[in-house]
Ligand binder design. Structure first.
Ligand SMILES: [Zn+2]
Ligand SMILES: [Zn+2]
Length: 351
């Protein structure tokens, strides 16, 4: 019998202002029939958490303090509701963070990642920066016991990268990744497994350019010093790349990335743009070049999780270079500082 305490440590957004606080809160022990209580081993910091920490415009519109932050984790099931049947106490789990309604058109047609009534862990409800989290059974993912706790905690952003990249095949193709933030870096690791011909990465941050090179990018470009379009031309015999993986959310990266695509190529856009009104020359960059553009949000549920789970279980990915910092849970301020300065890959907090 596992003894579950009444109180726990949690990193909360206490007030509608910059910052976060370590607090003692109640363990969410009251479980609905399909709820599961998970004891958290490791939880990673996402760009979304940084937005909430910094209290930017998006956070102000979406978060209602006080609330426990965080959504990426791995842990162990310690209690289950009456009707839970997919997991049991003792299972090593992670979780999808998009909680679908199960009833709308998208949910019923294999597209629950774009559910019309989507709720997000750590955004619409208390999250994973805590010793325990309550989640509905429908989003849980059973990890293979051989996967490291820390690696298992980053499967949500890793899934973003996998979804973005594998929406069409990449084998034997020249690929450009614009933006080597944590998800871009995870993407580079994924692309290394996929038989890509040449992998070009553009990134303005020198720390992350170095990481991209270390992880295995063939060519790394600083687009604030060289023309990305010229480098891509030079590296691809003047043809341009077959695939653009846009991870930066930067308008110039998007337009230069599309201009770097060979006619008939494919672009997958995961980066989110600050400016809602991004203008591109659709005629020249897309229509006359017959480019296919995919908007990517979240992970395909649960196709992406099967791919990510299998890649980790079979040791096809090495996340040791991408996860640059494993910090003690209580040292979260250091994590946010590193994220804000961009002097990191993925950061994981260990409980
Ligand atoms: Zn995330
Ligand atoms: Zn739905």
């Amino acid at each position: 019998m596992v003894i579950i305490p009444d109180k726990m440590r949690a990193i909360i957004k206490e007030k509608p202002e910059r910052g976060a606080k370590l607090a003692v809160v109640n363990v969410p022990k009251a479980l609905g029939p399909r709820d599961v209580l998970v004891k958290i081993y490791a939880t990673s910091i996402c760009g979304t958490d940084l937005h909430i920490y910094l209290w930017n415009k998006w956070a102000q519109e979406h978060i209602k303090p006080p609330q426990t932050m965080g959504h990426e984790f791995s842990g162990e099931v310690v209690a289950v509701g009456k009707e839970v049947s997919m997991v049991q106490v003792g299972d090593f789990v992670s979780s999808e963070t998009h909680i679908p309604c199960g009833k709308c058109k998208q949910c019923r047609t294999g597209n629950m990642h774009v559910c019309q009534h989507l709720k997000i862990l750590g955004v619409d409800m208390d999250g994973a920066f805590a010793e325990y989290i309550r989640v509905p059974e429908v989003v849980l993912w059973k990890n293979d016991p051989s996967v490291e706790h820390i690696w298992a905690s980053v499967q949500e952003p890793l899934g973003n990268a996998v979804h973005t990249i594998f929406v069409e095949d990449v084998a034997g193709k020249n690929v450009l990744v614009t933006g080597a933030g944590p998800i871009g870096l995870l993407g580079i690791e994924v692309l290394k497994t996929a038989g890509v011909a040449k992998l070009i990465v553009s990134e303005i941050n020198s720390y992350r350019r170095n990481l991209a090179k270390k992880i295995g990018a063939d060519v790394v470009v600083n687009p604030s010093q060289e023309s990305l379009i010229d480098v891509v031309k030079r590296e691809t015999n003047g043809d341009g790349v077959d695939v653009l993986i846009e991870m930066s959310g930067n308008k110039k990266a998007l337009t230069d990335g599309l201009a770097s695509l060979t006619p008939g190529g494919r672009a997958s856009l995961l980066g989110v743009y600050n400016d809602d009104d991004v203008k591109i020359n659709l005629n020249d960059l897309v229509i006359f070049k017959a480019i296919r553009i995919y908007g990517i949000t979240g992970r395909k549920m649960f196709d992406t999780w099967y791919k990510v789970g299998a890649l980790l279980k079979n040791k096809k990915l090495d996340l040791s270079n991408v996860i640059t910092h494993v910090l003690d849970f209580e040292n979260f301020e250091e994590g946010f500082r590193l994220m804000e300065e961009g002097k990191c890959g993925k950061i994981v907090l260990k409980l």
